[in-house]
Design a protein around this ligand. Structure first.
Ligand code: CU
Length: 258
């Protein structure tokens, strides 16, 4: 039964797992970039740690042996100083180049097809979709609020297929392979709209509008949480996004706005 449950968890939900060591599976190019950069950093860090441990061992080993005259009288060498100054500088350069390109790619805004407005409240998220003129000509916008589904509610459903503290009463629908613009702000205090699989974390600040680009590459149900400590119920304002094909998305939005 447990295996069955784990299978359903990994199949249906993009959520953190017990004792997880790695990132959640990327669903956007930005998150792919973050993941690759993380692997790049990890390789360099492990290499440096191994090299330093080896050097320490060699130094300790040689200096313990007083009969080794070369090491015992070795006090100064310009060539080694040049090497241990230039190699770290080159390593830092190799980190700076992918880091900057990734940073700028996260800020890139390509001509978006739809805009999702996100409002942080104490303690829930509300959303507005207002530019879907391709499916309806009416001047209406779709507004809804997403509240946490409590444990009591989940118990009534026997907890089947639900994640504790991650489910909301309404889910955000988003189309895949579409450029989406996120406009984020807060009504009361600072919040942060975060979905790990999208590689996105935008601060929601009262009186300020933040913008981000989102291009989701695959279908799925993606879970996130507020990532700014915003008050007593900070841990109870989750985010659930259902990503479907763009044609299904327009059909759903059309039905909802009729
Ligand atoms: Cu918050």
């Amino acid at each position: 039964m447990l295996k069955l449950l784990n299978f359903s968890v990994s199949w249906f939900g993009e959520v953190a797992e017990n004792f997880q060591q790695n990132f959640q599976e990327p669903a956007t190019s930005e998150m792919d970039g973050i993941y690759l950069f993380n692997c790049h950093l990890l390789f360099i860090i492990i290499s440096i740690v191994l090299l330093i441990w080896w050097l320490l061992y060699v130094i300790c080993d040689n200096f313990l042996d007083n009969s080794n005259n070369l090491v015992f009288n070795f006090t100064h060498a310009s060539s080694i100083e040049i090497i241990w100054t230039t190699i770290p500088a080159l390593i830092l350069l190799s980190l700076a180049s992918p880091s900057f390109s990734l940073l700028y790619s996260l800020d890139e805004i390509t001509n978006p097809e739809i805009t999702l407005k996100i409002f942080g409240h104490q303690w829930y998220w509300s959303y507005e979709i207002s530019d879907y003129k391709t499916c309806t000509n009416e001047n209406k916008s779709l507004k809804f609020s997403c509240y946490l589904l409590t444990n009591d509610f989940l118990k009534d459903c026997n907890n089947l297929g639900f994640f504790r503290l991650l489910e909301t009463n309404k889910r955000i629908f988003l189309p895949s392979n579409t450029h989406i613009r996120l406009l984020v702000t807060a009504i009361d205090v600072l919040h942060s709209w975060t979905i790990p699989s999208f590689g996105i974390k935008i601060d929601a600040c009262p009186g300020r509008l933040n913008q981000a680009n989102l291009f989701i590459k695959r279908f799925g149900v993606f879970f996130g949480q507020c990532s700014e400590i915003c008050g007593v119920n900070h841990g109870f304002m989750p985010i659930v996004a259902v990503v479907c094909s763009s044609s299904s998305y327009y059909n759903i939005i059309y039905e909802l706005t009729l």
